[in-house]
Design a protein around this ligand. Sequence first.
Ligand code: AMP
Ligand code: MN
Ligand code: MN
Ligand code: MN
Length: 312
Amino acid sequence: MPMNETHVSPPTPAAPAFQAETPLADAQGIDFHMHSTASDGALSPAALMSLCHERGLTRLSLTDHDTLDGVAEAQEAADALGMTLLPGLELSSQWQGMNIHVVGLLPQGAQGSLVAGLEAQAKARVTRGEEIARRMEKLGLHDALAKARAQAGSDRPLGRPDFARAMVADGLVKDMGTAFKKYLGSGKRGDVKAGWPYLSEVVEWINDAGGVAVLAHPLRYGLTRRKRGLLLDAFTAAGGEACELVSGFQNADVTRDLARQLDERGLYGSLGSDFHFPGGPVAPGSMSPVPRTALRPVWQHPRLAALLAEAA
Ligand code: AMP
Ligand code: MN
Ligand code: MN
Ligand code: MN
């Protein structure tokens, strides 16, 4: 039937991004996953908000690791720039021996059991930082804790990126990617997760605070489709209601398949860049297009819609 067998099918039109008839039609100007200096991001909350504004974002969330400390500054900047900021965070948890991240979109900030949960997370991060430091010492990074602290540049709780930067600065590895690949990434010596609460607990904290729990970057845990389904089942059973459909840049076929997995479980879809620093792989608001999907967007969730409607 084709007139010309050698002619490759025409490129997919660019349009499917945000088609009018899809529920995710109004996805532009949204980014619900970004980091500031309150955790392992490079920009202050206010500087991040300026960049978001420059890039045309209107509805966003600051989601630092295990803390809401950057939100007040971001809120003030977002208000001044006419953007709607949803208070948020990205909680560290564990499930089946893996470090799983859950974004909490928190229109009312920290409430209920999340308050004590955040204190526990901060303590867990301190203890974990000390343990990572002990392990990195053995791997040749002397004064590991002090060096990671110097990289952090403030007294915020340490994360693995601080140790990775210290290793690069000491010449132990050539770049951060190598530091994670050899020492700090999943399953390596510095991947300490013993202190993190279970996935089900962090979901409960978020729900207890009147927020919406969003499973973060489900494609970045190195899981098979089947195992990812089990993770989504566990998350849903714990009361989780949303999942990132698009996190930064990802393959379109994989996104469509993920949309099916979310749809089967009635999950809302969220979007985020997971921006950490300028000049990296993503900028605020930059991510793969959203495919045609019947998923409900998380910004239409009853607990978020009122706050976010003002910005639409
Ligand atoms: P932590 O919160 O201490 O568990 O550190 C996890 C953080 O490390 C993630 O949120 C990323 O910002 C960063 N990270 C994880 N993997 C890598 C990698 N391969 N290269 C650079 N940074 C990474
Ligand atoms: Mn991070
Ligand atoms: Mn994450
Ligand atoms: Mn993140």
